[in-house]
Design a binder for this molecule. Structure first.
Ligand SMILES: [Zn+2]
Length: 274
C-alpha cells in the first residue's frame, strides 16, 4: 500500500430525515478496514459544524448557507447553467428550516451535487480540511450531476469528492427500475399495483435493505478518497457503478463475495495499514 495516504479520521454525518438508516451498523462495517483510525458519527452535518460559532455568527452563516443552497436547485434539468438569479424568499426560508431542523423530509427537489459538495466543504474546519480526514454525509436530498452525453442533469446515488455525499432518496430514485415497470405504468397500471408486482426487484422507500446497500456506497466513498477511482467493472463487486435497480441489487445484496478479488485484496491490505 505504498503511496496511498493514511486516513487518521473517518467522519460520518446525516442531513435531513434519515430514519431508514442504521448508521452505527455502517460504522461497524467500515471499521473492518479502519482499525487504526478514529471513526465517528457526528449526527447532523450543519448542526455539528455550526455549533462552534457564536449565536450571532451562526445566524449570519445560516442565512448565507440557505441562500447558497437555494441557488443549487435544478429547475430545468436540460439547462446546465442554473441561471444567474437571486434566490426567492420562500426558497431561502425553506433551506433555513432544513439547516436548523432535524426531521426534514425530501420533497423531490434535485440539487446540483457538486455545488452541494462545495457548500458542505466550506463548513469543515481548517484542521480537518485535509485528505487525512474522510467526511461522508448521508442525505435525504436528491443529488443531480450533468451528463454531457445526453445533455441533462440526472439524479445520482452519490457524488464523491471532499466531502462525499450519499443520497438515501437517490438509492430509490436514481437507478432505473426494470423496463417492464415503466411500460406497464405507461399503460395506466397504478404505481402501487406495480410496486407489488415488482417487489424485490427495486429498493423502495423504507426498505429494510437500505442500510446494507449504503454500506457498499460508503466503501465507494472511502476508496474514492484513497485512490480517486470508486468504481469497478465487475457487476458482482460492491464498487460497480449501477445504473439500474437490478444492477444495484446484484452488486450490493447478492454478490457472494461482496468485492471482486482485486478489491478484496485492496481492502485487506488497507485494513493492515490503517
Ligand atoms: Zn471490484
Amino acid at each position: 500500500m505504498k503511496g496511498y495516504l493514511r486516513i487518521t479520521g473517518l467522519h460520518l454525518y446525516v442531513q435531513g430525515l434519515v430514519t431508514d438508516l442504521r448508521v452505527q451498523e455502517i460504522i461497524r462495517y467500515l471499521r473492518r478496514w479502519m482499525k487504526g483510525s478514529h471513526t465517528d458519527f457526528r449526527g447532523n452535518f450543519f448542526r455539528y459544524h455550526l455549533s462552534s460559532l457564536t449565536e450571532e455568527k451562526r445566524r449570519e452563516r445560516t442565512q448565507q448557507l440557505a441562500e447558497e443552497l437555494a441557488l443549487l436547485r435544478i429547475r430545468d434539468a436540460t439547462r446546465r447553467d442554473l441561471g444567474d438569479r437571486r434566490p426567492m424568499e420562500g426558497e431561502v426560508a425553506y433551506e433555513k428550516r432544513r439547516i436548523e431542523g432535524e426531521g426534514f423530509k425530501s420533497f423531490g427537489i434535485l440539487y446540483n451535487g457538486f455545488g452541494l459538495l462545495r457548500v458542505f466543504s466550506s463548513l469543515i474546519s481548517e484542521d480537518e480540511r485535509h485528505l487525512t480526514h474522510c467526511h461522508i454525509i448521508f442525505t435525504n436530498q436528491l443529488l443531480g450531476t450533468w451528463d454531457g452525453d445526453d445533455r441533462r442533469y440526472h439524479a445520482r446515488v452519490s457524488v464523491y469528492g471532499f466531502p462525499s455525499v450519499i443520497s438515501i432518496t437517490g438509492v430509490v430514485e436514481a437507478p432505473a427500475k426494470p423496463r417492464e415497470f415503466y411500460l406497464k405504468r405507461r399503460l395506466g397500471i397504478p404505481s402501487e399495483v406495480l410496486k407489488d408486482e415488482f417487489r424485490g426487484r427495486f429498493v423502495d422507500h423504507g426498505d429494510p435493505r437500505l442500510t446494507e446497500v449504503l454500506k457498499g456506497y460508503a466503501v465507494q466513498a472511502l476508496i474514492f478518497h484513497i485512490t480517486g477511482n470508486p468504481f469497478c467493472d465487475d457487476p458482482d463487486c460492491r464498487l460497480y457503478n449501477a445504473h439500474w435497480q437490478e444492477e444495484l441489487i446484484r452488486a450490493q445484496l447478492e454478490g457472494g463475495h461482496e468485492f471482486c478479488k482485486n478489491h478484496r485484496r485492496f481492502l485487506n491490505r488497507l485494513g493492515c495499514l490503517q
